[in-house]
Design a protein. Structure first.
Length: 202
């Protein structure tokens, strides 16, 4: 919860204390970021905090609207307390996946009318697929002795990711950004924080 509170606080301060400069139409940008995911509800009962990285492409359609494409890699480790029992020991599990997402980023009119301030605030909605795989291993203590267990499976799930964030220029064509997001994988949710660097390329 401390990680979520910190991410939310940083973004809230930026949202309240700043307005953003207008985007240049038909411009393109690439970026990469680090993601932290905190599973919630039933997903949080089974899996620990997730980590990973994503790369993103932006194309500014208008001053206020940018279309995006994203790909990355995210991974979560299983909670031993959830799976371990008197019969099952030395258990370990992981869930990893490659999200491929497309979306629309919107810079509200309120935040693009005063060009003197550099910070750009936005809302972002992404849709796509999560190409995930789960693996697990452990030991089973039965009547005739202890046996090794190992299994794996793959699955593709619909994914939706709403977020709010801010971009803070540090050089003429580069900016750092931070966002708070909700990463939903087939109704299995995560509250997350993403931070990275974005560079205009055209």
């Amino acid at each position: 919860m401390k990680k979520i509170a910190f991410c939310a606080l940083v973004t809230a301060i930026v949202l309240l204390a700043s307005v953003s400069a207008p985007a240049q139409e038909n411009s393109m940008a690439v970026g990469a970021g680090f993601d932290v995911m905190l599973p919630v509800a039933s997903f949080g009962d089974q899996w620990s905090t997730g980590f990973g990285g994503t790369a993103q492409f932006d194309y500014a359609v208008t001053t206020h609207t940018t279309v995006t494409g994203k790909i990355g890699y995210l991974t979560w480790s299983g909670k031993q307390a959830y799976y371990t029992s008197a019969a099952i020991t030395n258990f370990s599990a992981s869930y990893s996946g490659v999200p491929i997402l497309v979306g629309v980023k919107y810079y509200p009119h309120l935040f693009v009318t005063q060009a003197q301030t550099p910070v750009r605030v936005y809302g972002h909605l992404e849709l796509g697929l999560m190409f995930g795989s789960t693996s697990a291993s452990g030991s089973y203590k039965g009547y005739f002795g202890t046996y090794s267990l190992s299994t794996s499976a793959s699955k593709t799930d619909f994914t939706i990711v709403p977020s709010i964030g801010a971009e803070i220029p540090v050089v003429p064509k580069g900016a750092i950004y931070v966002s708070v997001l909700y990463f939903d994988i087939a109704s299995h949710g995560n509250i997350g924080c993403r931070a990275g660097y974005r560079m205009t390329i055209g």
